[in-house]
Ligand binder design. Structure first.
Ligand code: NAI
Ligand code: MG
Length: 354
């Protein structure tokens, strides 16, 4: 079977790490004896495109993307364009219009990379943040310059949206995922003591859904306490389900604890399979290191492995993850995790280890 993939590297290190992931996928296809192939189409969208055209992506971009089996994304954002313009104009536009309501962000401690926790060397920690990806704090509701305020008195409103259906589907997704894992546990995260409307609804739905999964252990934790748990007792975690903003922050914390933002993979899934899903590293465009061949490609390659899972190529996905572990385990590391290797050297080692 041929899988059609849209590559959207976008900005900064996005281009470097998408090329890396693509090399790994192409090597797998080349060795598959024709069992599967990847047909790539490149899209030049991003901040450079915006500077030339005034648009982050083409007008009919969503229609064009609709027909692909998956989207492989780099990172969007560059200092020349305001971040809220670039993010909403490309990445969030795709996520929201393609109803990619489940964002899966594994936190995986690689061998050979020392965590600031220092537990990484002996304890192979592994948990997953499941992020509600369609509503919550990123619903885009609210406004500026609200009526009747003069200069110096502006009022802006940023409203969160929580729907019972939106909460329920992400929780069922988290519970189903927990059932596939060795540790069958879901931790639900809110700030429902302070945010007494939407997040209380979230808690109630969580309790109701949990009743359908008696074999799965559960807990409800406030986000401030959960950030402490990430640092102090990460071995207690298996699946962590949280709203858009809270999970965004927690997953960055998770990847930093694993050693670097450059390590973290993610999948923006439309579990209903009506629209293509999007696979991307968690990190941004890293303007501070862009264009120097120093980007850690592991997050992007891990995201390609999540894409393989999505295609039903689980065996290949496992091979890629093992090749990543073997590469870090051999001490071949980019500067963000304490090494001196370049992106290309890491990719070459991953290909060898495959
Ligand atoms: P960032 O993730 O780009 O960088 C944060 C730090 O992590 C930097 O020191 C960077 O060098 C390092 N880093 C990130 N990825 C790395 C990699 N692969 N290898 C080695 N080191 C890496 O976040 P920042 O600086 O807050 O944002 C930069 C731009 O990226 C902004 O325009 C922002 O809006 C955008 N952004 C886009 C995201 C996306 O497209 N999904 C996510 C986060 C930020
Ligand atoms: Mg983030």
């Amino acid at each position: 079977r041929t899988f059609r993939i849209a590559a959207i590297p976008a900005d900064g290190v996005g281009t470097e790490v998408v090329a890396a992931g693509r090399a790994v996928l192409d090597a797998l296809a080349a060795g598959s004896s024709g069992r599967f192939a990847f047909d790539w189409t490149d899209f030049p969208w991003g901040c450079g495109y915006y500077e030339k055209t005034g648009r982050m992506m083409d007008e009919d971009g969503l229609e064009v993307l609709q027909d692909f089996d998956a989207l492989y994304f780099g990172a969007v954002g560059w200092p020349s364009v305001p971040d809220h313009v670039s993010l909403w104009g490309l990445r969030l536009r795709i996520c929201q219009n393609f109803d990619q309501w489940a964002n899966v962000r594994p936190v995986h401690f690689h061998p050979g990379i020392t965590s600031p926790l220092r537990k990484a060397d002996d304890t192979p920690l592994d948990w997953v943040v499941v992020r509600e990806n369609s509503e919550g704090e990123y619903a885009g509701l609210g406004g500026r310059n609200l009526a009747g305020r003069g200069p110096g008195n502006e009022v802006a409103l940023q409203t969160s949206l929580f729907t019972e259906k939106g909460c329920e589907r992400i929780m069922r997704f988290a519970f189903d995922l927990a059932r596939e894992r060795d540790r069958k546990k879901v931790s639900s995260v809110t700030k429902s003591n302070a945010q007494q409307h939407g997040m209380v609804l979230w808690d109630e739905v969580f309790e109701r859904v949990a009743a359908d999964y008696p074999d799965v252990e559960t807990e409800s934790v406030l986000v401030d306490a959960m950030s402490a748990t990430f640092v102090l007792h990460p071995e207690d975690l298996s699946v962590v389900v949280a709203s858009n903003l809270n999970a965004d922050i927690l997953s960055d914390l998770g990847s930093a604890l694993a050693g670097s933002l450059g390590l973290a993979a993610s999948a923006n899934l439309n579990p209903d399979h009506r629209f293509p899903s999007m696979f991307e590293p968690v990190h941004g465009s890293a303007p501070d290191i862009a264009g120097r061949g120093l980007a850690n490609p592991i997050g992007a390659i891990g995201s390609a492995a999540l894409m393989l899972d999505h295609f039903g190529l689980e065996e290949e996905a496992t091979r890629v993850r093992k090749a990543l572990d073997a590469t870090t385990g051999s001490g071949l590391l980019t500067p963000d995790v304490g090494g001196t290797a370049t992106t290309d050297q890491v990719v070459a080692a991953v290909l060898d280890n495959l």
